[in-house]
Design a protein around this ligand. Structure first.
Ligand code: NAP
Ligand code: ZN
Ligand code: ZN
Length: 348
């Protein structure tokens, strides 16, 4: 029998999020039942709640930066016990047999189940995310949180963390490289921290001059105001790698011009509308444009352990559940320092 728990949901693209009661499946033999303590607020939650990606089904419960305590475990669960501190990120299941799954790249599985916005095979209804008191997840998709990290500040690692860590590992960001991060929001500030931790020379591009001091404190060596064409031109042909985390439509071509020969720009920002790409800045100097989606389970655990070892967490503003609509409005104004995290105790 499914059980019910408290949550916050959007009932349409234009309605604010509000209190709701949702169903969760009864934990099966391989399931972990989790009491959610904290859930980070990703810009994807906002895109999804407002149907900016055109696939949202309502009522919609966002949230995929989940940290909690294990409340119960199924009879066959081996990795976890009651009371363990665990994390759940952007997906909760996959086929486990395709080439992507076998390589630990579950995020690219054609039938991967997203934490919210997929079909839940157990309940035959859309999956519902972490803006809720609890969740049930099969043990393979549950992650172990490092014991030394502040749990609220570690929640954003489950999406903002892995989404910036994974492409930088893939493109082998390291010492001797010049790396650009575009946008200082939730993803961007984690990108700055990781690029610095990997030993690169880090340049932060921002539209918000007021974020300069914070960017330097977070680990950037230089800050460029992207609206200043002369400041941008000074960096022409000099970057090995640029990670673009911008949530809105913007000019990618200006960044291609900053890449060296064979430099790469990876887009992780996911605006709802297409971004125009000019051919010439890519053709000359053989530059490339890529995308990247979060990270697989093994790499997410590797990233969490790396953060535990190096003491890396997000800079967060802790909010109560009923402040979520205000937080969304501030996110749209680029007024996030640098991730909102919901104290889920406020929902109980
Ligand atoms: P966020 O906290 O709102 O940060 C986005 C930042 O982009 C803003 O703080 C701002 O930084 C910059 N920005 C906003 N509007 C802009 C504009 N019109 N022109 C230029 N810059 C602008 O968002 P987030 O949670 O980091 O998410 C960022 C994007 O990544 C979203 O689209 C989200 O859906 C996507 N995402 C993708 C993945 C993936 O797997 N690929 C995972 C998670 C999130 P400045 O003030 O510094 O300019
Ligand atoms: Zn996210
Ligand atoms: Zn698969």
């Amino acid at each position: 029998m499914p059980y019910t728990c408290k949550a916050y949901s959007a009932t349409s693209a234009t309605s604010p999020l509000s209190s709701a009661t949702i169903s969760r499946r009864e934990p099966g033999p391989t399931d972990v039942q989790i009491d959610i303590l904290y859930c980070g607020v990703c810009h994807s939650d906002l895109h999804f709640a407002r149907n900016e990606w055109h696939f949202t089904q309502y009522p919609a419960v966002p949230g995929h930066e989940i940290v909690g305590k294990v409340k119960s475990v199924g009879s066959a669960v081996k990795k976890f016990k009651v009371g363990d501190t665990v994390g759940v990120g952007c997906f909760v299941d996959s086929c486990r047999t395709c080439p992507e799954c076998l390589k630990g790249l579950e995020q690219y599985c054609p039938t991967m189940t997203m934490t919210y916005g997929s079909m839940d095979a157990h309940l035959n209804a859309p999956t519902l995310g972490g803006y809720s008191a609890g969740i049930v997840v099969t043990e393979e998709f549950v992650l172990r949180m490092p014991a030394n990290l502040n749990l609220a500040a570690a929640a954003p690692l489950l999406c903002a963390g892995i989404t910036t860590y994974s492409p930088m590992r893939h493109w082998k960001v390291g010492p001797g490289q010049k790396v650009g991060i575009v946008g200082l929001g939730g993803l961007g500030h984690m990108g700055v921290k990781f690029a610095r931790a990997f030993g690169a020379h880090v340049v932060l591009f921002t539209t918000s001059p007021g974020k300069t001091a914070d960017a330097l404190r977070l680990g950037a060596h230089e800050v460029v105001i992207s609206k200043d064409a002369a400041a941008m031109a000074k960096h022409a042909n000099s970057f090995d790698f640029i990670l673009d985390t911008v949530a809105a439509t913007h000019d990618l071509n200006a960044y291609f011009e900053l890449l060296k020969r064979d430099g790469n720009l990876t887009l992780v920002g996911a605006p709802g509308e297409p971004l125009p790409v000019a051919a010439f800045p890519l053709i000359f100097r053989r530059r490339s444009l890529s995308g990247s989606l979060v990270g697989g389970l093994p790499e997410t655990q590797e990233m969490l352990d790396f953060c535990g070892k190096h003491g890396i967490t997000s800079d967060i503003e802790l909010i109560k559940m009923d402040q979520i609509n205000e937080a969304y409005e501030r996110m749209l104004k680029s007024d996030v320092k640098y991730r909102f995290v919901i104290d889920m105790g406020s929902l109980r």
